[in-house]
Design a protein. Structure first.
Lengths: 896, 416, 191
């Protein structure tokens, strides 16, 4: 139909004027007539229309009369043209629409009492609105229900063949998992090829289904819409920060929905650059952990018999006393704390204040250290900013997107839709550099499948290629000619042929990619775990800065370097200064005036500028016996880090290990005190997504059992230690954050950032760039396979493994994922077993063929510790940022 | 009744300027504050009146209301229009039907729904039966308050017949919820019709019987004649309505002036008093019962034999139940109406109905959607209590009970 | 004022004539049958339409009528009904109420739930004597409601008939209304 947005960043459509119901309106030529009518605020009923995809025109409801035409036309598929005269109302149109509703009703089953959509059903609304009271010839379809899918039940008796599910899957998700099929005399929606549905299970089809034809298996028949209490909150599973509606009934979560619904169908196709309002499988189906039976309900304190339930007051008192004791005996330096970046900004802020003022130590870190810190530090160092440079809308409108080492679909599914929209709607060139056949790579114009671990080398190759092809942007480099010459000199060390050999990509491709990236007016770099969580991540990010700088993509609108965060609030953890090197802001901890400012505001002396240990150092110091007490908030280092890192020894050395978690984890086996914490659905506060948008988290439920908000526990401990933190409500903390970081909340909009590379390019750039480009060689290993610990779309960290819905969709297969070719080459049938050996151990594993895994690679989801594949990996620590890298290893695989 | 005078003029008073006038005995004069209620059997619920007394005379009275406040008006904002009908039962709980009627009329006016003819007759009959019940109840309790026990037994005996008739009609004696927006819940059965006709024959002599007890009884006269006099201007000024207003000689009856239900098709007269005292209000109520009998009689005769009792407006009224089982469109109608309610047009409406106490009005603000944005009830009891201080001034404590009894107050309606 | 009238008034006053008139009526009533009756030895005849305690009904084959659609909960003005529903995995497409509570202390006996019920699973009975010493027992659960429905089945059916919920009394006794139309499930073969 081509009713895609007519106005793109590149072209402006002509303005036309037309007459609707006697009013003259202006519109862009070529847009859907329906959009023009709805933009006037007139609502014409339509059941198959949704602004996020191309009009389908099956329901026959959106009829309008065009002057000069005898019969009514469907306004959704009609294009607005100059001088049209349209009438949207009238008896005749009402009757025509009523006929259309009757047509749908006549084959609809008498299902309302059992149907989950009842009360939230467009067919009901339309029938009621059009006062259908006397139907002739109602007949039943009697189609069996399709319950084969893991999450969705298809009851095609209720289907009105509006095709919304199929269209959203095709046009927005670009998965195309559903199709119409003529079966048993009726057109039905079935999964592609009439198999069991096997897709990303984002559930957008469920959200847009205007009737109850698609049903959520996890909440089937347990609710009616009017029973549910809807809480708007922010998803905690990844850094996208999607808006969720957590719908609860009494004390349980019944379902999770999002702004995407057939009810929000009016809009302009161009609005989709701001997101389509949908959520992914994790958000929609992974809510069961909130009211899980495994949740901790009361504080536990270890005595001789083990962890014993203890009343809060006693638990807090004991813990505070023991912390005070350790502080007096060994000094503040002997205490450290780690917090998960799934906490809210307010909790993170209180945590760092608690650690720094009450405990007096700068040994604190968050889970942003596992990778995001590389990006933040690199951007902070080079450009003076602390987060991604672009908004999601920029991604969609980009002309060229370089996706390096980011399996966006799997890690940040909704963010990937922006890239997909750029591909599909705005025809952007997308270059995917990855060592996996990612979902985006399949859609990308230039999939560049590199050897595992050579993403960094490829980036250097790109820089070299840009320099060699003279794609340098003269304006951007003119201000720092000496830096350019330093880069040129450093790049001498890189040879494109060597890069080609290392990455397995021909030189021509590298040249072409470099050309596309440099020549596009709006180029965006997206880097992900393939860069920031792999060895040398910090330097590779700096190489990306080099690439953006020489091609002039640093300061142009719509250009920039971006990353994706794994946990909900990693950006917030950085902003709130939960790292030894940062104070809230973030500002460098070494800055004397910043320390002075906070020390005054908090009325306390802050630890020394030089003090402070990051995650890796903290654990090493625990092992060495230097740290005696460790405060873990939602962190589970034992479950996260490989065994060879010695977390177990470190934890068993401690005199006091405080764990604060909603669940019992591996780490709590060593804990002396376990505090029951709340999940995001019980919290009140804000989180910062990867774009820098501060969004609200609102409590959908009361805290389960005796569990308590994280910051309450910290304030309780501070009371017990005699340095009461002055917070009573979340608003108190927010007020303080507002005071200390003016404009941080910024009404939920990302604060604008300006990249300024001038200082970086002037001071010491020449030395660092030489060092970075000199040593670009990937070390050859005798072990032929690259083992990757990958993320799955169905999971996020270890939290999602507590959600039964996600475990149903994606259980732990315990199998190594290998490409089909490799399986064949090793003679492995489905269910075959292999022995995987790395430098750090050996393991017997099942094998599972995975089309996304490239030959020469094998992968295992990082979410599962059983079998302990993570222990095959060695931890490599970044020399600059102290980020532990443990997501890849070289292994040998033998069939057994 | 000819020699009525305002007794306020003759209130015994100690001249404050000259307290030791020789003519007067030397009394210790001190104003006494008396809390009457809320736990007082004659306060018709939980009403508290703080009386400033001078001897036994009331010099000032402050009415304290709200002991029975249940937030009914707020409740209305949280349910559909339909769901509010049972709540109206509990306003004036002795005359639920009239509350239902007044409320349904207001919503119908908002929605512009026309009620079928037969339903209009049914509504009128039942409303008049309710009026008789109301007046019987009033008569019994007022007589009881004043000290005449016997009347109470006889009026309650006859009220009982009608309540049983209600039970048969709608399934409940007091909390009826029989009226529906657009009609009534169910039609009369043959047995109901026979019973009401029997009652029409039975009742008029009974009225005469009550009158025998009261009309000339000297105690009754002494307690009612010339008590709580209010002039026509004052009555209008205080916003009184119903028998209380008509007792003062104002010929104002919404049944005549707004002509709703089947009233315009019936011939009846509106009794109007002359003196504005408690006795006149009693007399009006007695006469109204006689008129009600006439209205019912006429309605029974004129009523169409057959016909729907609910308006057929699919967007407002429920479908017939048997269609719900078999037809999807009716099923949808049923579900939409019960779970979300009908979509009322935005706007505001006031609709007053002549209940037996006075003008019962519902003021509804709708912003569209299935629930009222605001609902205000103009309950006659509440308005009448506003005039209490004025009307009780100068009378004896014992008269206080007569006075608020003469408004026929029910605290459920007053406090809401 | 003429003398005649004055004399009458005087006589009326002196002889307490109005009192004698009233006493005459009172004495006449001595020969009436008493209007009262001796509850609980005697009981009122309760009309069919009477809105008493609620009961849940079954079809004649013993199947529960209630499909757990929750419309009664939505219709209830006093929010005294609570329905918890689930999928009945043994039957095709069957939803049923796992739990059904009516807090009879909150119930206002308006009968809206019966009016709302799309399967006529609820009906009001003539039962009104359920006072108890323990308020907790006034939270009627599903079991109790079915028990009431069984004990007062005839009354319940009469109620439905009286309130136009069932048009044909005979018809209502027949097992005529299955809900929903049976649809076989697909075998989970491909998953």
């Amino acid at each position: 139909m081509g009713l895609k947005p007519v106005t793109t960043p590149d072209t402006e459509a002509a303005t036309i004027s037309l007459n609707i119901d006697g009013e003259t309106v202006t519109a862009k030529e070529g847009v859907s007539l329906y959009d023009v009518i709805s933009s006037m605020g007139k609502i014409v009923p339509a059941m198959c229309y949704h602004y996020t995809f191309d009009p389908f025109g099956s329901c026959g409801m959106c009829l309008v009369l065009q002057e000069g035409k005898k019969s009514p036309v469907r306004s959704c598929t009609a294009k607005a043209t100059e001088g049209m005269e349209i009438r949207t109302d009238g008896e005749d149109l009402f009757a025509a629409r009523k006929k259309a509703v009757e047509k749908h009703l006549s084959v609809h089953p008498l299902d309302c009492p059992v149907c989950d959509a009842d009360g939230h059903c467009e067919l009901q609304d339309m029938a009621f609105e059009h006062q259908v009271t006397d139907l002739a010839n109602a007949k039943q379809k009697n189609i069996p229900e399709d319950t084969r899918s893991l999450v969705l039940d298809f009851n095609m008796n209720r289907c009105i063949a509006c095709g919304e599910c199929i269209n959203i899957c095709k046009d927005v998700q670009r998965i195309d998992a559903l199709q119409f099929m003529k079966k048993g005399g009726f057109t039905q929606v079935v999964a592609k090829g009439d198999h069991a549905l096997d897709c990303e299970f984002c559930g957008d089809c469920l959200a847009v289904c205007p009737v109850g034809a698609i049903t959520n298996k996890f909440s089937k028949y347990v609710y009616k819409p009017w029973q549910l209490r809807k809480t708007t909150t922010t998803c905690n599973y990844c850094g996208d920060g999607c808006q969720l509606y957590v719908e609860t009934k009494d004390t349980e979560v019944v379902r999770v929905t999002s702004p995407l619904s057939w009810k929000n169908k009016w809009g302009d196709r161009g609005d989709t650059v701001n997101g389509h309002g949908g959520i992914c499988v994790r958000g929609r189906f992974g809510f069961q952990f909130i009211d899980s039976k495994e949740r901790l309900k009361e504080p536990l304190i270890r005595n001789e018999t083990g962890l014993v339930p203890t009343p809060w007051i006693e638990a807090l008192d004991t813990t505070a006393k023991r912390l005070t004791d350790i502080k007096t005996r060994y000094g503040s330096e002997a205490i450290a704390g780690l917090i998960t970046a799934r906490c809210t900004n307010e909790e993170l802020y209180v945590f760092q204040r608690f650690m720094r003022t009450v405990l007096g130590t700068n040994n604190l870190d968050s889970s942003a250290r596992y990778g995001h810190m590389n990006f933040v530090r690199a951007m902070h160092h080079a450009l003076g900013i602390n987060r991604t440079m672009n908004t999601s809308a920029d991604l969609t409108k980009a002309k060229a997107i370089l996706v390096v080492g980011a399996n966006v679909t799997e890690t940040n599914p909704v963010a990937s839709l922006r890239v997909k929209a750029a591909i599909g709607t705005y025809k952007a060139s997308v270059i995917v550099v990855d060592s996996m056949q990612t979902n985006l790579a399949k859609l990308a114009s230039h999939p560049v499948m590199v050897k595992p671990g050579s993403e960094g080398a490829f980036v250097k190759g790109l820089v070299k290629s840009v320099l060699a092809q003279d794609l340098i942007d003269p304006d951007a480099t003119a201000q720092a000619p000496e830096a350019l010459s330093a880069l040129k000199a450093a790049a001498q060390a890189v040879s494109l042929d060597v890069v080609a050999a290392e990455t397995g990509i021909p030189v021509e491709t590298i040249q072409e990619v470099a050309r596309i990236f440099a020549e596009a007016p709006r180029s965006v770099i997206l880097c992900g775990e393939g860069i920031v969580r792999q060895p040398d991540g910090y330097n590779h990010t700096l190489s990306l800065v080099d690439l953006a700088w020489v091609t002039g993509k640093l300061n142009k609108p719509g250009c920039g370097i971006n990353t994706f965060t794994e946990e909900g609030n990693e950006q917030g953890a950085v902003d709130m200064g939960v790292a030894p090197e940062f104070l809230p802001g973030p500002v460098s901890y070494a800055q004397a005036e910043a320390r002075q400012k906070f020390s005054e505001a908090w009325d306390a002396t802050l630890p020394d500028a030089q003090s402070g240990k990051s995650l890796v150092e903290i654990l090493e110091d625990c092992r060495a016996g230097k740290i005696k007490a460790l405060y873990l908030v939602g962190e589970n280092p034992l479950g996260t880090l490989p065994k060879s890192f010695g977390v177990e020894e470190a934890l068993s050395q401690l005199e006091l290990l405080i764990c604060q978690d909603p669940f019992l984890t591996e780490t709590t086996h060593y804990a002396h005190v376990v505090f029951p914490a709340c999940t995001f659905a019980e919290k009140d506060g804000t989180v910062t997504n990867q774009e820098g948008m501060v969004q609200f988290v609102r409590p959908a439920l009361d805290p389960l059992g005796e569990s308590v908000l994280d910051w309450h526990i910290m304030v309780g401990l501070s009371n017990g230690m005699g340095h009461a933190l002055p917070y009573e409500t979340t608003q108190d903390i927010q007020t303080e954050i507002r005071k200390m970081l003016p404009g941080y909340y910024n009404l939920g909009e990302p604060r604008p950032v300006v990249a300024d590379a001038a200082a970086y390019l002037r001071n010491g750039y020449a030395d660092s760039v030489r060092a970075r480009y000199a040593d670009g060689r990937v070390q050859e290993s005798s072990r032929p396979y690259g083992l990757k610990l990958i993320q799955l779309i169905y999971h996020s960290g270890k939290l999602s493994t507590k959600a039964s819905g996600l475990m149903d969709i994606s259980p732990n297969t315990g199998a190594l994922r290998m490409s089909l070719e490799e399986c064949e080459r090793l003679g492995l049938a489905e269910g075959g077993r292999v022995r995987v050996t790395s430098d750090h151990g050996s393991l017997e594993l099942g094998v599972q063929a995975d089309v996304n895994v490239l030959p020469g690679t094998c992968a295992f989801p990082e979410h599962f510790n059983e079998p302990p594949v993570k222990d095959l990996v060695r931890v490599v620590v970044d020399p600059v940022t102290h980020v532990p890298y443990f997501k890849s290893a070289q292994v040998t695989i033998e069939k057994i | 009744m000819a020699h009525l005078e305002d007794q306020r003029e003759t209130v015994y008073k100690v001249d404050p300027a000259n307290p030791e006038t020789k003519d007067l005995p030397i009394l210790r004069t001190e104003e006494l504050l008396l809390n009457m209620g809320p736990q007082h059997p004659a306060t018709h619920g939980v009403l508290k009146v703080i009386l400033d007394l001078e001897g036994e005379r009331i010099t000032k009275s402050t009415v304290v209301m709200g002991f029975l406040h249940r937030g009914v008006e707020k409740l209305a904002e949280y349910g559909t229009y339909h769901q509010f009908i049972p709540h109206t039962d509990r306003l004036d709980y002795v005359c639920a039907m009239y509350n239902n009627f007044a409320y349904c009329r207001a919503v119908e006016k908002l929605l512009n729904v026309t009620v079928p003819e037969r339903a209009e007759y049914l509504r009128t009959i039942v409303a008049e039966v309710q009026r008789i019940i109301g007046h019987l109840f009033w008569l019994g309790t007022q007589a009881l308050d004043i000290g005449a026990m016997t009347v109470f037994f006889y009026t309650f005996r006859d009220r009982e017949i009608l309540l049983d008739w209600f039970d048969e009609l709608c399934g409940a004696r007091l909390t009826t919820s029989w009226y529906r927006i657009g009609g009534v819940e169910r039609d009369f059965t043959d047995s109901l019709e026979t019973k009401i006709r029997d009652f029409l024959a039975y009742f008029p002599p009974k009225i005469d019987e009550y009158v025998v007890f009261l009309e000339k009884n000297r105690i009754w006269l002494a307690r009612t004649v010339g008590v709580a006099v209010i002039s026509a201007e004052d009555a209008l000024g205080y916003g009184l309505s119903g028998p209380t207003l008509r007792g003062s000689g104002v010929d104002y009856d919404l049944r005549k002036y707004e002509s709703y239900g089947a009233y315009p098709k019936c011939e009846f007269s509106v009794p109007v008093g002359k003196n504005g005292d408690t006795y006149d209000r009693y007399w009006i109520r007695i006469e109204e019962m006689r008129e009600s009998i006439k209205i019912i009689q006429q309605c029974m005769d004129q009523m169409p034999e057959e016909g729907p009792v609910m308006a057929d407006v699919p967007s407002v009224t429920l479908p017939p139940k048997n269609r719900v089982f078999t037809n999807l469109e009716s099923m949808i109608q049923q579900f939409k109406l019960f779970s979300q309610g009908f979509d009322a047009p935005p706007g505001e409406i006031y609709c007053g109905t002549e209940a037996h106490k006075g003008e019962l009005g519902f003021y509804i603000v709708s912003t569209g959607g299935g629930k009222p944005y605001r609902l205000k009830i103009r309950s006659p009891s509440f308005i009448h209590m506003g005039a209490f201080d004025y009307m009780a001034k100068g009378y004896m404590i014992a008269d206080a009970v007569t006075i608020f009894g003469s408004y026929d107050i029910v605290m459920g309606e007053c406090d809401r | 004022m003429d003398t005649q009238k004055q004399t009458t008034r005087l006589l009326d006053a002196v002889l307490f004539r109005e009192i004698w008139k009233a006493m005459k009526v009172t004495f006449k009533h001595m020969f009436h049958r008493p209007m009262t009756f001796q509850y609980p030895r005697e009981k009122r005849t309760i009309p069919d339409a009477h809105r008493g305690a609620l009961g849940l009904l079954r079809y004649d084959n013993g199947q529960e009528r209630c499909v757990g659609c929750d419309l009664c909960e939505a219709a209830c003005p006093s929010r005294c009904i609570k329905v918890i529903s689930e999928e009945d995995k043994s039957l095709p497409l069957q939803r049923y109420a796992t739990e059904f509570y009516i807090d009879i202390t909150k119930c206002v006996f308006c009968g809206y739930c019966v009016e709302a019920c799309p399967v006529n699973a609820l009906a009001m009975t003539k039962m009104y004597e359920y006072s108890t010493h323990d308020k907790r027992t006034l939270l009627f659960d599903k079991e109790r409601l079915y028990e009431i429905g069984e004990q007062h089945l005839e009354d319940a059916k009469k109620y439905l008939y009286a309130h136009n919920q069932e048009h044909d009394d005979e018809e209502s006794r027949a097992y005529r209304y299955h809900f929903p139309q049976p649809i076989e499930k697909t075998e989970a073969s491909d998953s």
